[in-house]
Design a protein around this ligand. Structure first.
Ligand SMILES: [Zn+2]
Length: 86
């Protein structure tokens, strides 16, 4: 399950293409767009058209898709010692 969003206007008040849907991620407790890192919490940042949760797909922003592809290519050993294990 992940959250996607359509943005009405950016931080400068410029209108955004509402046909573009972005991946929303939690960064330090704030909802941000994966592509730009811009925050859209209440009272700050971007004007959100709509956000919703999906089980699969739902993202068509080229930059968000590039980031997802990048993370999918990372190879991490299952035997690696994680910070919390120390
Ligand atoms: Zn995006």
């Amino acid at each position: 399950m992940h959250t996607v969003a359509k943005i009405i206007s950016d931080n400068d008040g410029n209108k955004c293409n509402q046909l573009i849907t972005h991946l929303v991620i939690d960064r330090g407790g704030s909802n941000v767009l994966a592509c730009s890192g811009e925050c859209f919490e209440l009272g700050e940042g971007l004007a959100v058209g709509e956000s919703w949760e999906v089980n699969k797909d739902g993202i068509n922003c080229k930059e968000c898709l590039k980031i997802i592809t990048f993370y999918k290519k990372l190879k991490i050993s299952k035997t690696i010692k994680k910070y919390n294990d120390y």
